[in-house]
Design a protein around this ligand. Structure first.
Ligand code: SF4
Ligand code: SF4
Length: 414
């Protein structure tokens, strides 16, 4: 075949695939899709999927499993389903055959991006552009404005600002991620304050970048790997032993990638770090302030922590909360149900994710707690908005902020 004939044939095949809405899998993808054949069609996943009722039965993990593995897939339907999914992981958790529906959903998103990038949402394209050009999911805020926000945020708690610390070498590197760096600044500032008080040998990363999670959610696997590898390289240069995180999504993503690329560095969310490295007893000895009267708190469990990273997160977090003076811990019913912040599905089904947000806010409002701990910036945003819309006075705090109250005070400003 001449080069020209080859090109012509290739164009014909691509046109055929496009016209017939066919998606081609790589051999690795085929292996993953093979896992769907383990599905026994029991429907348990669908019963537990938080989106089933909210989408009038349109989104069902069983549909993904059956549609893709047993029938000639209708890719138009599958495409809608895979973008709606919040990737909460509940279906895989309850599946008796451990069918990895969330991984398959991400995989199909990657195939769609590879084969028809023009069908991407403009928001996806903008995000891909930011991630490629700025190594960040968000356009960085003007530095002066950012500092003003930080000062206001700290003042609200009565805390003083700590300088950013960049060391050549450090045992612990704090990776705040795009949200803490560009949106919820107080989390990053709180962690710095906390690590200073605990005398931790830590450093920030000069050009922190993104963990790669948003890239993997839009299906850009090579960009996602590239971003994760650049974090690994920077942490290795600092000879870090631990990468400390505060975002549930970054935690799950970096844990997976640090293992996949054999980085030899532990990735730990702050909650893990407090329990495993600082120690609860040691932390308790550092406490200088306690609430003047008892405060009731509750906990939202982010999907990417307890399903994405490890079941121990719930018990770790509860241990911390139950050991703090003058704190009453109250369980949140259905605490591990998705708040609607995951999977970028808010770009596709904003009304549905809004409903998940509302359900979460209603559940929190019904508890006697005045504070809800949400150890993930995306969940904080989502829950805060939900509570605000119901005129609730309850506060949503990250664990670093909450712990700082016991070290630096500020209960009166809550
Ligand atoms: S729970 Fe698992 S086995 Fe049952 S229908 Fe869902 S994917 Fe299939
Ligand atoms: S990951 Fe969550 S939202 Fe997606 S199909 Fe499974 S249960 Fe439903």
């Amino acid at each position: 075949m001449t080069e020209e004939e080859y090109k012509e044939a290739e164009e014909y095949i691509n046109k055929y695939l496009k016209d017939h809405d066919v998606l081609i899998a790589t051999p690795e993808e085929d292996l993953l899709l093979d896992r769907l054949t383990a599905c026994i069609n029991c429907g348990t996943c669908t019963m537990y999927c938080p989106l089933l009722d909210l989408t009038n039965g349109e989104l069902s993990p069983r549909k993904i499993a059956i549609e893709v593995s047993r029938t000639e897939p209708d890719w138009k339907t599958v495409r809608k389903i895979v973008y709606d999914c919040t990737l909460c992981g509940k279906c895989e958790e309850v599946c008796p055959e451990s069918v990895p529906v969330p991984r398959i959903v991400k995989n199909i998103r990657a195939r769609i991006l590879r084969q028809s990038p023009s069908s991407m949402l403009p928001e996806y394209i903008a995000m891909q552009k930011n991630l490629t050009e700025m190594r960040s999911a968000y356009i960085p805020m003007d530095e002066e404005d950012k500092q003003d926000y930080i000062e206001d945020d700290l003042e609200n708690f009565g805390w003083t600002k700590t300088a950013d610390k960049y060391l050549e070498k450090a045992g612990v590197v704090y990776f705040g991620g795009c949200q803490a760096r560009e949106r919820l600044f107080l989390i990053r500032e709180s962690v710095k304050l906390l690590l200073e008080a605990l005398h931790v040998d830590y450093s920030l990363l000069e050009e922190e970048g993104c963990c790669g999670l948003p890239a993997s959610l839009i299906g850009d696997v090579s960009l996602s790997d590239d971003l994760a590898n650049s974090v690994i390289k920077k942490c290795k240069e600092k000879q870090a032993k631990i990468v400390l995180t505060t975002c549930a999504g970054c935690t799950a993503k970096l844990k997976e990638d640090f293992q996949k690329f054999e980085a030899g560095i532990d990735v730990k969310h702050l909650i893990e770090y407090i329990i495993e490295d600082i120690g609860l007893e040691a932390f308790k000895k550092m406490i200088k302030k306690s609430p003047p009267t008892t405060i009731t708190v509750t906990l939202h469990n982010p999907c990417d922590l307890h399903r994405g990273s490890g079941k121990y997160f719930v018990s770790y977090t509860e241990q911390i909360l139950k050991n703090l003076p003058n704190i009453i811990y109250e369980t949140l019913p259905d605490a591990e149900r998705c708040c609607g912040a995951g999977g970028l599905s808010d770009l596709f089904i904003p009304d549905v994710t809004k409903e998940l947000q509302k359900q979460k806010a209603i559940d929190i409002q019904a508890t006697p707690a005045s504070i809800v701990i949400a150890p993930c910036p995306r969940c904080i945003n989502q829950i805060e908005e939900g509570l605000h819309e119901m005129n609730s006075e309850k506060k949503v705090l990250d664990m670093s902020m909450f712990l700082n109250l016991f070290l630096y005070g500020g209960f009166e400003n809550l």
